[in-house]
Design a protein around this ligand. Structure first.
Ligand SMILES: C[S@@+](CC[C@H](N)C(=O)[O-])C[C@H]1O[C@@H](n2cnc3c(N)ncnc32)[C@H](O)[C@@H]1O
Length: 405
């Protein structure tokens, strides 16, 4: 990677899955792409080499999030997937080694995501903080009849050291009625009561007894539908493996600083007072950036608890966090269509997207600067399309001054 040591705050990436697709450049399958190794063991070794390089560029306080999918051995025990022969054989092109065995019986899941995660712990000394399951509500049907349909993929959260940057308060989720009830019961059994809303952020780390007024910690299963991506024809390139913007949105908000203090060099953490905002009759609201709402899911009883609370301040290691900040850096070393860089820049970070295909880099350059894509990434209304021959407001004003009605 053309980056200096310890220069990146967060890495969010989805490497090519093993023996699934052929990525192209100039319309051709290109050499040296991850995923087309001869054996799964070589694939894992290549991924571990990549990860070693990510560790070099990652700050000690940084996090790495890696998304991986798994694969089955075919009916003969070979690694090509007999259940999706179209993808495994035809698309692998000249590097295909159809029929290679991995020492597993036929029809076995290879367990590649976990083989990779364990190798990162064992060989790179990384700390594995979490496995997050990507549950796919709109996953594809499968033709098998003797096992469950696979409708999830894995994400791994890995760090270099036990103390690292996190701002998980930014992505807390609204308490549900069931959660509030469980906390109440647990607290009354313990002779306590529900913690009153805090004034500072001291107890926002998610203790069981006090339910956090900013919301509950996200769980380890995230249900996020895949998102279609329409690329303008003029770019002459397509890409079929972009992940939804919601993934980097949550990860960037939760694990990269909104700014880095230019005096102490630390990332700003949510630390301010929680404001109570009278939300009138508002009811249950999903997380909106760092504003969460709390109320009854049906909306009727919601008014009783309909108080919005939000993060109002940020702190670093300085006694007063008033120094100017610079943006944090978010990297996707398998950038593809630039989803991570798009969301990172829309959220005020520096986004770096790397890909071996110049075509995909061109696609990412379009995507990260397109107003419609940026609006989607921020979950705000897409601005109306501007036709190529529309005059700028500036030009129209000059025309008016010249006397044109
Ligand atoms: C699963 S896609 C990433 C898609 C991306 N997350 C997005 O949302 O668009 C994997 C990407 O890795 C790239 N790639 C494969 N081998 C590579 C290598 N050796 N170096 C850099 N990029 C590589 C492919 O060209 C492909 O675009």
């Amino acid at each position: 990677l053309p980056l200096t040591d310890a220069s990146v705050d967060l890495i969010v990436t989805s490497p090519p899955y093993y023996a699934l697709r052929s990525y192209t450049d100039g319309g051709e399958h290109y050499d040296g792409q991850i995923g087309s190794e001869t054996t799964p063991a070589e694939y894992i070794a290549a991924l571990v080499d990549c990860t070693r390089e990510w560790v070099r560029v990652l700050k000690p306080s940084g996090s790495i999030f890696v998304n991986l999918g798994d694969k089955y051995t075919g009916a003969g025990g070979q690694w090509v997937d007999d259940e999706r022969p179209d993808l495994s054989r035809r698309r692998l092109g000249k590097t295909s080694t159809k029929g290679q065995r991995y020492g597993l019986k036929p029809k076995s899941l290879l367990g590649l995501p976990w083989r990779y995660a364990l190798a990162c712990i064992d060989q790179l000394g990384l700390i594995l903080r979490a496995e997050v399951i990507w549950s796919k509500p709109n996953s594809l049907p499968e033709s098998v009849t003797d096992r469950v349909r696979r409708s999830h993929e894995q994400w791994f959260h890995m760090v270099r050291q036990p103390r690292y940057f996190s701002a998980v308060d930014e992505i807390r989720e609204p308490h549900t009625w069931a959660h509030v009830g469980a906390t109440r019961t647990a607290n009354s059994k313990n002779g306590g009561s529900i913690a009153s809303p805090v004034q500072g952020m001291g107890n926002t780390t998610g203790s069981f007894r006090g339910f956090n007024p900013l919301g509950k910690l996200p769980g380890s299963v995230w249900s996020i539908p895949s998102e279609p991506l329409t690329v303008p024809e003029r770019l002459g390139v397509d890409h079929f493996a972009a992940f939804p913007t919601e993934w980097p949105r949550r990860l960037i908000l939760g694990w990269s600083p909104s700014g880095i203090c230019t005096v102490c060099g630390e990332g700003l953490r949510p630390s301010g007072i929680i404001e109570k905002v009278d939300a009138g009759g508002a009811h249950y609201r999903p997380t909106l950036g760092h504003v969460t709402g709390m109320g009854a899911p049906d909306g009727r009883a919601g008014a009783r608890l309909a108080t919005l609370r939000r993060i109002t301040g940020y702190a670093c290691a300085c006694p007063e966090s008033t120094a100017p900040t610079r943006p944090s850096v978010v990297l996707d070393p398998f950038g593809g269509t630039g989803t991570v860089a798009l969301v990172a820049t829309a959220l005020g970070r520096v986004g770096i997207s790397v890909d071996r295909s110049a075509d995909y880099c061109r696609l990412a350059a379009w995507r990260t600067s397109d107003p419609g894509q940026r609006a989607k990434a921020l979950q705000v209304p897409v601005p109306p399309k501007v036709s190529d021959d529309q005059l700028t407001l500036d030009f129209a004003t000059q025309t008016d001054k010249a006397g044109t009605p």
